[in-house]
Structure formats: C-alpha cells, structure tokens
Write a protein that binds this ligand. Structure first.
Ligand code: ADP
Length: 666
C-alpha cells in the first residue's frame, strides 16, 4: 500500500468533495423548484378566485334584473294575477283593507273581517232553559222555531244551540243532523264562519260517540275545506282548526303545498311593513326612494320554508309579492343559473345563517367567494365556488409530482455524475501514484545490483595483486548481480509483453513435480537465500500438466521470491505439489508477515503492494503477483492466497491435470 503524499487528497475524499459540490447544486436546484411550485400554486389560486369573482358579479347582476322586473309588476298588481299553483301571492293593503291574489289561495289572513253574528239576547230564553232549568225539551222547541229565521246568522246561532241541547237530551243523531245543516250555512257564529263551526262540532261529537271511521272521513273533509281557503280566517283560528283536524287524522300533517309559509309571509308583511313601507325590526333590505314611497326586499323563513317578500308602498297603499320556493326557483333562479353557461362554477343561494334556498350547499373546504345580502341589493347571500377546483388543484398536484420526479432525476443524475467523475479522478490519481511508486521501486531494484557490480569491478581494477580465491569470489558476486539484473530486465519485458497480450505461451506436456524441484533447486542456488531452509515435497510419481515451462517456472520463482522477501524473521519456506484428481496444486508456504484480509484480492493487481510489506520496508515493484495471475490464467488455472497476518501465507496455484502417458513419453 502506497503512503499518501502530503497535500494530496486521498481518493475517497476526492469523491466526497465532488459529491459535496454536487450537493450544493442540488440544494440550489431543489430551492428553485420549491419556489417555482409555490409561485404556480399562488397563480392557480388567483386564477380560480378571478373566475369566481366574475361569475358572482354576473349572477348578482342577472338576479338584480329579475327582481327589478318583478318590482315593475308591483306598479299594477292586478295585472300580475298569479294562478293558484304559482306558489306566489300578490298582496294589496290600503285603507280599504287587504286583498290577496289568487283569491282563496291564502290559508289565513293577518286580520279578520268584522263579525256579523246575530245578537246573543235572541237566544237568552233558550239558554236559561238549557243552563238553569236544564229543560232541554222546551229549549229544543224554542230553538227549532228560531232555525226558521230568514237571517243566516240568526239561523246559524239557533242551529248551534239546538244541536247542543239535542246532544244533552241524549239525541246525538239528531244533533249530528243539525250540525250538518249548520256546516252548510253561510252565517257566522262567535265571529267564525258557521260552516267551519258546524263541521268541527260534528267531528267533536263523532269523537265523543266513538265513531272513528266517520270521524276520519269528516276530519279529512274539514282539512280539505280549510286548505281550499273557502273561509276567511286569521292565523290563530286556522292553526287551531287545522291542528284539530290533524289530531283526528292521527297527526297526519296537512299537505299545504307551502301555502302556510306564503300566508305567514303575508302576516309578516302586515306586522313588519304595514303600510309605512319600512321594516320595523331586524335587518332590512328596504330601499327608500322618497319619504313616502319605498320598495323593499326580504327573505324570511317559516317552518324552514324560505319565502321572499318584495314590496312597494306608494300613497298610503302597499303592494307586495310573496314568493314561495317553487316560484323563486322556476321564475328567478333557474333562468339565471341554468340560462347561462357557467362551466364548472357552482352556486348556492342562502339566507344568512339559516340554510340553502337554491343549489346544493358547497362542499366544505372548497375556496368560496361570497356576495352577502348586505353588500348587494339582493335579499339573499350568494356563494360561488369552482366545482372542479379540486381537480384543478389535483392537476396542479400532478404537475408538482411530475416536477418533483424530474427534479429527483436531475438530482440523482448530478449526484451519480459527480460520484463517477470523482471516482474516475481518484482512480487516475491512484494510478498516477502507483506508477510513480513503481518507477522509484524499479530504480531501486536496478541500483542495488548495479552498485554491487560497480564496487566489485573497481576492486578488481584497483588491485592487480588480489589472491586468486578472492578474485574468483568477486567474479561470482559480479555474476550474481548480473543475473539478478538480467532477471529483472527479463521480468519487466515479460510483464510488458503480457500487458500488451503479446506474450506467446507454448503448451507442452510437463511433470509438475519435476518442474517444481528444478525451480526450487535453481532458486536455492541463485536466489541469494543461503540462510533459508526451502523444503520441497512432491509426490513419488510424475504429476502431468500441460503448459509453458518457462512461464510456469517464472510464476513459481516469483512466489518463492516473495516468500523469502516477506518472511520477516522466519527462515522456513515450504513448497508442495499435490495431485488432487482433475487438478494439480502447487503451494508455497511461508511463516512470514502475512497479508491483511482486505488486501488479499488487491495484491494480484499490478503495482499494488501490501501494507505489511511497506511497513517492514521491503522494496518491490508490485508486478510479481500480477505476472503470476496472468500466467496461471493463461493456463486455465487459478491462483489464491490464504494468510494470517503475522503468521505466514500460503499461495496456491491450481492447474488442470494433464494426460499421464504424454508426460511419460516426454
Ligand atoms: P512486490 O514487488 O511488492 O513483491 P508482488 O506483486 O510480488 O510485488 O506482491 C504484491 C504484494 O503482495 C507485496 O508488496 C506484498 O505486500 C504482498 N505479498 C506477496 N507475497 C507475500 C508473502 N509471501 N507474504 C506476505 N506478503 C506478500
């Protein structure tokens, strides 16, 4: 492992630096993306709001036109003349009293006309017989005479009392008969229409007699008669008799078609507007045009039914329209809301705080524009929303997802590009470092034999009188240095050829045992390892392999050279040949420095050196094992290492077994 040069970043940190630079660009990108998204969201919301505002203005203007047209009708209410099914009443109230169109459509009036009852003293004799003397027979006789009176009211008063006495006298059927006659009478009794009093009294008697079927039938008729508006009643009287009829019909509620709400609207007008034209209490939509003349608009609710009242007072007379929900929908709202194309805009017309009048309530959470009654001249609040604003926003959400996805892709790309660029740069740096180290290591390897050759040559030249023995030793040392130099040059050239793919391998049948023994022997003699014990264990017979003798010898030499170089204090190296079926294993054991697990794969790469070698100060070029791997690969085998740091290493070359006969022949 190469020591780091001061001032140079280690390769891992180069990558981190690149990724950090990329991180800054990524943060800037994300920030810009977030800004863009916020801006787009604001624009989208503003665009939707403008659409809502425009739609609200159009609707308010259109409804204003509709109400103005209705108010023009108030100038001549008789022309308006609504039909009974219109859900609309036209009211005229003045000094002459109150008139309502369509006639008979109103269930009750705010005031009753003056009663035209017969004077009560006409019946004082019969009543004394009835209540004091309890002589019903004589009372009946007197009252029968009075029922023949030409005055409807006198007749009605007599019939009511006659039926009462008949009931008390235990003659209920006759009493029912008389009540029936009373119900067809046109007079008034106790300020009420005699017809109503007669029908109601019959029902009371039928209830008392327990005649349920007849009671239900008559109660239904009474309810129909009340609904037909045939009697002029005030609110209390109507509610009393309608309530009684409902009770006899087992609480079935009268179906008044919203007409009770219209009648309530008339009463509200009478009580709150009167003939002054000014609403006396509460919030008002009155628009006063002068001291005397005024117009007003108001939405009021009766038993949950929304009624809109438009009125105009002029010269002491008030004219008004009381419009029920069906009329409002058919004549006002439908033409405005369905008449124009509002696209996905949704509307809701409602009265403040009570609920919707037209249109479904708008979904909660939807952005809404409100035109309140107090801000317009209309009697209602109008809410406007864009129906598809959720989908508009979901379109926005989709765009946002798309943008985030795109951004994430760009971010990934930037990070990946930075990572790979950083890694490439750091690899280049590492390669440059390795090459520099290689050059200095090769220089060193050359210098050592050259120095010793120079020294011995100088000694031989300087001293002609050297004894022969010494002179020979010097020559042998020179020869060793020369061989070492030439081996080094050869191995460098070989490595260059291998790298270039130009090293040819000549395959021939070999005996691995013989090859190993020969190389070990040569190494013992030439390797400069006199102090080492190099053991060699081979099987008895021949171990056939096919290969290039010179190349395999070179690989084994390199392993032996390393075993010696990295033996530390140990002096034992052992070489084994193992014939294991289809494979032949050549192992080189040493008991030296060992190799860290993390480095065991890398040391077979060119120029790579182990940390323990560098720590022990052992010089080397880092190409020995690369050559071994190259040669073994070329022979279809593999080279592996097993090692314990501090305890030694075993390098194993495994080669395919060759054919025995060919080996023997050779
Ligand atoms: P070098 O010229 O450095 O020996 P090699 O390619 O032969 O180059 O070996 C690569 C590295 O493998 C060595 O630098 C050394 O760290 C390690 N190595 C090789 N053989 C041994 C061994 N027998 N014992 C311990 N380390 C070894």
């Amino acid at each position: 492992m190469v020591a780091r040069r001061p001032g140079r970043l280690p390769p891992g940190k180069t990558v981190v630096l690149f990724v950090a630079v990329a991180g800054v660009s990524v943060v800037a990108l994300v920030w810009m993306g977030a800004r863009l998204l916020t801006q787009e969201r604001t624009l989208e919301a503003r665009r939707l709001q403008e659409r809502r505002e425009a739609a609200a203005d159009r609707v308010v203007a259109a409804l204003e036109q509709v109400l103005l047209a209705e108010e023009r009708r108030l100038a001549n209410p008789r022309v308006a003349n609504p039909s009974a099914t219109d859900d609309l009443l036209v009211v005229v109230a003045g000094p002459a009293g109150i008139r309502i169109w369509p006639e008979k459509a109103v269930l009750f009036y705010p005031v009753m006309p003056a009663a035209r009852d017969a004077p009560s003293h006409l019946y004082s004799h019969a009543e004394r017989l009835e209540f004091i003397e309890r002589d019903h027979t004589r009372a009946i006789a007197i009252l029968r005479l009075q029922t023949g009176s030409p005055s409807p009211s006198v007749r009605a008063g007599a019939e009511l009392r006659l039926a009462r006495n008949l009931r008390k006298a235990g003659r209920p059927d006759e009493a029912l008969e008389v009540f029936h006659r009373l119900s067809e009478s046109t007079g008034t009794v106790s300020g009420l229409p005699a017809g109503l009093v007669g029908r109601s009294a019959r029902c009371l008697l039928l209830e008392e007699l327990g005649r349920r079927d007849k009671l239900r039938q008559e109660a239904r008729e009474l309810r129909q008669a009340l609904a037909s508006g045939q009697w002029t009643l005030d609110r209390d009287a109507y509610l009393h008799y309608a309530g009684q009829a409902a009770r006899w019909l087992n609480q079935e509620r009268p179906t008044d078609d919203g007409r009770q709400a219209l009648a309530e609207g008339v009463c509200w007008l009478w009580e709150n507007v009167g003939r002054s034209g000014q609403v006396e209490a509460g919030e008002s939509q009155s628009v006063t045009s002068s001291e005397r003349d005024s117009i007003g608009r108001r939405s009021v609710r009766f038993q949950g039914t929304p009624v809109t009242v438009l009125w105009r007072t002029s010269g002491g007379e008030m004219t008004a329209l009381v419009a029920g929900p069906r009329y409002q929908q058919r004549r006002w709202f439908d033409p405005v809301f369905n008449g124009s194309d509002f696209g996905s805009v949704r509307f809701s017309v409602h009265d403040h705080g009570t609920g919707p009048i037209y249109g479904a309530p708008l979904a909660a959470g939807l952005p809404t524009t409100l035109r309140s009654a107090s801000a317009t001249a209309l009697p209602w609040d109008i809410s406007v929303a864009i129906g598809d604003s959720h989908s508009a926003l979901s379109g926005f959400a989709q765009r946002r997802r798309f943008m985030i996805f795109g951004l994430a892709l760009v971010v990934l790309f930037v990070i990946a590009a930075s990572y790979f660029a950083g890694r490439a740069v750091s690899r280049e740096l590492a390669a440059a470092t390795l090459q520099t180290d290689f050059v200095s290591a090769v220089s060193h390897e050359f210098r050592t034999p050259l120095t010793s050759m120079k020294q011995f040559t100088e000694m031989l030249v300087d001293d002609d009188d050297l004894p022969t023995e010494e002179r020979r030793a010097y020559y042998r040392a020179q020869e060793r240095a020369t061989r070492r130099l030439s081996r080094l040059v050869e191995s460098l050239l070989d490595f260059g050829r291998m790298e270039a793919g130009a090293r040819p391998y000549r395959s021939e049948p070999l005996d691995a045992a013989e090859l190993v023994q020969t190389v070990v022997e040569e190494f013992r003699q030439e390797g400069g390892c006199n102090s080492f014990s190099i053991e060699c264990a081979v099987p008895e017979g021949a171990v056939p392999i096919d290969g290039d003798r010179e190349a395999l010898a070179q690989a084994l030499w390199n392993l032996l050279d390393n075993a010696v170089k990295y033996s530390g204090d140990s002096r034992i190296v052992r070489v084994e040949v193992d014939d294991i079926g289809k494979l032949v294993a050549i192992r080189v054991h040493d008991q030296g420095l060992g190799i860290a697990p993390a480095e065991r794969r890398r040391i077979f790469d060119k120029f790579e050196r182990g940390s323990s070698a560098a720590a022990a100060g052992v010089k080397g070029t880092g190409i020995g094992l690369a050559m071994v791997r190259h040669i073994v690969d070329a022979h279809g085998g593999k080279v592996t290492v097993d090692s314990r740091p501090g305890a030694g290493s075993t390098f194993t070359i495994e080669l395919p077994r060759g054919r025995m006969n060919r080996c023997r022949e050779s």
